[in-house]
Design a protein around this ligand. Structure first.
Ligand SMILES: Cc1cc2nc3c(=O)[nH]c(=O)nc-3n(C[C@H](O)[C@H](O)[C@H](O)COP(=O)(O)O)c2cc1C
Length: 167
């Protein structure tokens, strides 16, 4: 069993930055959810908001990593119209039966993060070992580093206690 997989979707790089830093901090494998349709420009933005609002899944290709191979899967998404992104919704719907322990994070302009984290946990039908919502400007200024370190610490504590329970 491999330890940690971080799976994220990112349209404009903010969630990707958090995912990469978290993977570095936790020694995790990284899976970026690809998107079959372009989401650039005003049309892409509006279509993304509309899909998210209506809870519509997106077409995504098969993942590279198998979540069933991992003890922990950490899921990261941007907030879209107060919802999780549609590619992340698709990934959870397709893979959730393979998740063991989950952690959650999201990035946002300024609002909707806690609701998105709750909705992700509900869709996974699991309580996360940790979750965090981060503002885009904090991620871009590196003001999110303490929250990210705390998240990585929580993962380390859970992993240590599970290892101790097995010993
Ligand atoms: C279609 C769309 C809808 C968005 N809706 C919200 C929102 O409801 N609340 C919010 O705080 N930010 C919202 N944002 C901003 C993103 O959540 C924020 O910029 C995020 O950090 C982008 O992550 P990414 O670069 O990984 O795609 C929205 C962005 C897009 C593209």
């Amino acid at each position: 069993m491999k330890p940690v997989l971080i799976v994220y979707y990112s349209r404009s790089g903010v969630t990707a930055k958090v995912a990469a830093a978290l993977a570095h901090a936790c020694g995790a494998d990284l899976e970026r959810i690809q998107d079959e349709r372009p989401r650039t420009g005003v049309v892409g933005y509006l279509r993304s908001a509309w899909q998210a609002l209506r809870h519509q899944p997106a077409d995504i290709p098969a993942p590279v990593h198998r979540p069933a191979d991992y003890a922990f899967v950490i899921l990261g998404t941007p907030v879209w119209a107060g919802r999780m992104s549609s590619p992340m919704r698709s990934y959870i719907l397709q893979q959730r039966e393979h998740f063991r322990r989950i952690g959650l994070f999201c990035t946002m302009g300024g609002s909707g993060g806690p609701d998105v984290l709750s909705a992700m946990a509900e869709l996974c039908n699991k309580l996360p070992f940790a979750s965090m919502s981060l503002r885009q400007r904090d991620v871009l200024n590196d003001a999110h580093v303490p929250a990210l370190a705390a998240f990585a610490d929580e993962l380390a504590v859970v992993r240590d206690s599970e290892a101790a329970a097995k010993a």
